[in-house]
Each structure stands twice: as structure tokens, then as C-alpha cells.
Design a protein around this ligand. Sequence first.
Ligand SMILES: Nc1ncnc2c1ncn2[C@@H]1O[C@H](COP(=O)(O)OP(=O)(O)OP(=O)(O)O)[C@@H](O)[C@H]1O
Length: 276
Amino acid sequence: MTTLLQAPDRADRAAAPQTPAAGHVQVRGLGHTYDAAGRVTRALDGIELDIAPGRFVVIVGTSGCGKSSLLMMMTGLVSPSEGSITCGGMPMMAPDPDRVGVVFQEASLYPWLTAQQNVEFPLSLRKLPKAERAARARERLALVGLQGFEDRYPHELSGGMKQRVSIARGLVQDPPVLMLDEPFAALDEQTRITMGDELLRIWERTGKTVIFVTHSLTEAAYLADEIIVMSARPGRIVDRIEVDLPRPRTYAMMSTPRFAALRERIWGHIRNQAGE
Ligand SMILES: Nc1ncnc2c1ncn2[C@@H]1O[C@H](COP(=O)(O)OP(=O)(O)OP(=O)(O)O)[C@@H](O)[C@H]1O
């Protein structure tokens, strides 16, 4: 059976032959103005980004600064007024689950389908043999730690488990990039930390590029290779912070001076923006 997992760990992946920058995300001169029934909102301005394959990048900024808008544009769900976005060198003109998997804050699972059927659903639009669809979905559910829960319906799963199903669904077409918009915001603090660890484990194992939007400075510093800080609306990039904390990240790191310094640097920007 062909495995969907591309490399057992990051060290092996570095030595493996490279696919040509499939997970490279590039944003050039991106700006966006919403015009809803004459109410004009300048949401984003002059965004330039280069995200290398396999990086874990977190986007933070004050409420309403355009984080979700930027992510929606990178997924191809919304077209920007100006500028361009490419993934793997090809423009993102529309959602393309073969290139970018997406996970939202709400799990948005079909309540009448089981976990297995929810994960399989995107594959039903492709002409894949039924057995292969089922095998892929099972493998993805196992990857997110839900082996044995394939036949459960969403109402039989906890909030964290539902988000695991969403992540499995986002990864079912094996895209090189996974984008997540505040995926753990609705979860309690303990589950949120556990899910962060789970996501890091999945990222380490699969080598995807991850782009993650959050309000939480702690989550940003805990997860990221790099934190992108946006200004208040119209959102611009005001800082890009390399997170030099060692991996694997641990809960104990959150109480170190390095962690506090990172949070302080992000908070400095956010405080300034909020005061403007
Ligand atoms: N579909 C839309 N039509 C009109 N205006 C919109 C639309 N979507 C977002 N906006 C506006 O664009 C701005 C940026 O919104 P966006 O949701 O991208 O910000 P955000 O940083 O993700 O916010 P939050 O952190 O509160 O979730 C806001 O002023 C919002 O009101």
C-alpha cells in the first residue's frame, strides 16, 4: 500500500530528494478593499510574504486587522483586489485541496456523516476507487489519533476530536500546505494545549507547510518557527519574528525568560496598534 506520509521525520526529509517547492507560498503586493453595499473597508495593504516549504508560520494581530482575510485569500476562497498569491509556483485563483488543506475555527463537519465519511467526503468528488478512499481516510484519522473512532458521528465526539477530524479532512488529499484559522479558539485551555502538541506532532511527521492564524500570543510563541505580526486595519506586516526556542517545544518552556521575551515583543506591537 502506498503511504500518504511523506517522510518519517524532519531529519530524513532534509536528506530526501526535494519535490520542487510544492509547499512554497508567495504573496506579492497584496491589498484588499471590501465594498459591501457601499460600505468600503480597506482590509489589507502591501502584504509581501515568502513562506518556505515545511515552515510553521503563525499570523497574529489585533482583532479586525485582516488575519482571516489574508488566510482566506491564501486558500483561494477570496480573490484579493490587488496583488498575487502562489502556492508551489502556481497562482491560487480558487480553493485547491490538492495544494492547500484548510481548517476553520468551527469544525464544520457534516452531522449526518461519520468521522470516516466526513474525511472521505472530499475524495468522493474525485474518481478514486472506494477502497482507496476508505484507506486514505482511515490513515488520516489514525494520523490525528482517532483510530477506533471512524464510525462515530460528530455529536458523539468532543470539541477537540471534531477538530482532529477537520485536520484529517484537510490533509486527506495530501496537500503540501495546511492553513488553519483559529482552529483551537473554541476549545478549553487544556484541550487547546494538547491540540497544539498534536498539530506539532502531525507537522513533524508530514513535513507540511503550516500557516496558522491565532489571537493567542502564547499559542503563537509555542508553535511557530516564525511569527508574522500584522498592524491594525488596513493590515500590514509590521514584524516577522524568528522563534529560536528549541524543538520539541515543552509546556515548561512557557515559563522561561526567552518565551516571555517573545510574548513581550509581540505584545509591544499589538499594544501600540490598539492605542492608535
Ligand atoms: N466579507 C466581508 N465584507 C465586508 N467586510 C469584511 C468582510 N470580511 C471582513 N471584513 C472586514 O475586514 C476587516 C478585516 O476582517 P478579518 O476578519 O479579516 O480580520 P481578523 O484580523 O481576522 O479579525 P478577528 O481577529 O476579529 O477574527 C474587518 O474590518 C472586517 O469587518
